[in-house]
Design a protein around this ligand. Sequence first.
Ligand code: BTN
Length: 259
Amino acid sequence: MCEKIKEKLNTEYIGRNLCYVKTTDSTNLLARRESCRSDGTVFIADEQTDGRGRNGKKWISKKADGLWMSILLKPKISPQRLSALTLLAGLCVVKTLREKYDADAFVKWPNDIVLSRKKLGGILCEAAFEKDSVSYAVVGIGINLFCESFDKEIENIACSLHSECGKKADKDTLCADILNTFEPMYTKFLKSGINAFLPEYKKYCITLGKEITVIKNGEEQNAVAEDVNENGELIVKTQKGVFPVLSGEVSVRGIFGYV
Ligand code: BTN
């Protein structure tokens, strides 16, 4: 598996060190345990027994059902700029699916990968800090590729590339394709900040212009998603006015369903 991915990589350092395991609790946890490894090391598993999503949710990651991987990064940036990584990774996945798999994919702010108005995948970024700097960040990427059925609680909102497009993507190729897209965009982001990719993120952000429900501390508020600002926050307009919401604080859903 590792050799096949490496053959298809055209990156300088992202994915040049690959750690493939058949099974692990979570590739994000594995990356955190192995955080002494070099910048750009990628961890991939066939199966995760404790796959994790945003807001403490579980991420079902059965054997060979999808691509479950995490990129270990050691960016020299301030912690405040880290939230942009989630947006960047989401955009890279969407661009790869569009360019290489002809899939009409979108990002649902901040981190969901959407196909046919259903959730195809997601991004989970985690980080460790030392004083005021980032020791390392882990960008976890999960994409449902082959699953045909989903647990009851998500069956109406989840999909896989195969269930929606009838495509049987090769996991190694998709992994290499994503890393090949990621490296140059990440390099630009390190140099120029979020503006290096924000216009493109907005272009593929399915949330913008939509009526949504913002859920904060269990409280729901209707709003219109107007913009994404330079902090990666979603600008929403409610009856009380226009204000930014931060991804860690809220969950967002469309008023007529998931998007
Ligand atoms: C979400 O949509 O809530 C984020 C899902 C992220 C899932 C991926 S799969 C690889 C990595 N390891 C994990 O435990 N989670 C991420």
